[in-house]
Write a protein that binds this ligand. Structure first.
Ligand code: FO1
Length: 327
């Protein structure tokens, strides 16, 4: 390959952020200074919502804040050192959701975004504008400009926005299925299909396969774009040692009838040579026994350390994914 490689990462919130940081570090370690030109992140927007009159984009903000180095690493969402004065005032008014915290600095982001949306900018244009504040070293694109809500349909048929199910009920209400409301009318945001078509590598972050990567793949024309690219498509297992690393992805997988295992998630994405998406699948050393099963799916298994417990390990995983894609 001549020149700088072009990498596309499909990502959700926390796992996505750590992985994107790792890929950015791996590119820098290869002498690529202009990582913003090399690295495009297509972000899940199914978690987005309107609350107290402002537009929230949790996964977009988690990745932006992490790349900017201003994220709250302990909570896994929001801004480091944030205060909650406005949130307290909203609670006094009975506005918003009592179980959902809007930090003061975070609210500044939501207000800026909402203002620009209201004067007619598209979500992709707003994100482009917001990306200028910090030197993110990556180009962020929303999966789509359309409003697509992840809706959780419970066993009794009642419907909840994903954020209510996730933060209020901590995924304890058994879901019957997940829906991507509004997805039929959606299209990949401007630049997404082009980035995938021109990529040298497409990496699927170890994010929740059902409610983070699932909505991205459900955008009409997204799968076709991924299947048509000449780039190698490499996925990273979000399951280590048969368990979810964080979050409640196991509940989501169970709801759609998929076992919580590295090979079952690989099968969910499928092999590109068999109408699916993956050329290679990075699975953890703890799951080495599943490698043959992955190979049997028509996907090249690569056993690597997957724990992203610090920046060096994230960078090593980023490098392993780039190596797997041949860049
Ligand atoms: N997660 C919580 O568990 N509790 C919250 O109060 C909360 C507030 C919040 C505000 C802004 C934001 O961008 C994210 C926020 N999150 C909160 C995280 C978020 O609900 C989820 O973890 C993600 O959507 C899943 O990727």
């Amino acid at each position: 390959m001549t020149g700088s490689p072009r990498i596309v990462v499909l990502a959700g919130g926390v796992g996505g952020s750590r992985f994107v940081l790792g890929v950015r570090a791996a590119l820098r370690a290869r002498g690529i200074d202009d990582t913003a030109a090399a690295l495009t992140v297509v972000v899940n927007t199914g978690d987005d919502l309107w609350l107290s009159g402002v537009r929230l984009q949790p996964d977009v903000d988690s990745i932006t804040y992490a790349l900017a180095g201003v994220n709250d690493t302990e909570r896994g969402w929001g801004r480091q050192g944030d205060s909650e004065r406005v949130n307290h005032e909203l609670q006094e008014w009975g506005a918003g959701w009592p179980w959902f915290t809007l930090g003061d600095l975070d609210l500044g982001t939501h207000l800026a975004r909402t203002g620009w949306l209201r004067v007619g900018l598209t979500p992709a244009q707003v994100l482009e504008r917001m990306s200028h504040r910090w030197d993110l070293g990556a180009r962020l694109l929303p999966m789509t400009d359309a409003e697509v809500d992840t809706v959780v349909v419970l066993q009794d048929g009642s419907r909840l926005h994903f954020q209510e199910w996730w933060t209020r009920h901590r995924a304890t209400l058994a879901p019957a299925r997940f829906e991507n409301a509004g997805i039929e009318a959606a299209a990949p945001a401007p630049g997404v299909a082009e980035a995938i078509a021109e990529a040298d590598a497409v990496l699927i972050a170890p994010s929740n396969p059902v409610v983070s990567i699932g909505p991205i793949l459900a955008v009409p024309r997204m799968r076709e774009a991924l299947r048509a690219t000449d780039a190698s498509v490499v996925g990273v297992s979000p399951i280590i040692g048969g368990k979810v690393v964080r979050g409640m992805a196991d509940v989501c997988l169970t709801a759609i009838g998929v076992e919580t295992s590295a090979s079952a998630v690989a099968a969910l994405y499928g092999a590109r040579e068999r109408d699916g998406l993956l050329d290679s699948w990075l699975l953890a050393e703890e799951d080495e026994a599943a490698a043959d099963e992955v190979a049997g799916l028509g996907i090249r298994p690569l056993v690597r350390p997957l724990w992203m417990t610090d920046a060096a390990r994230s960078a090593a995983l980023g490098a392993a994914a780039l190596d797997a894609a041949g860049v």
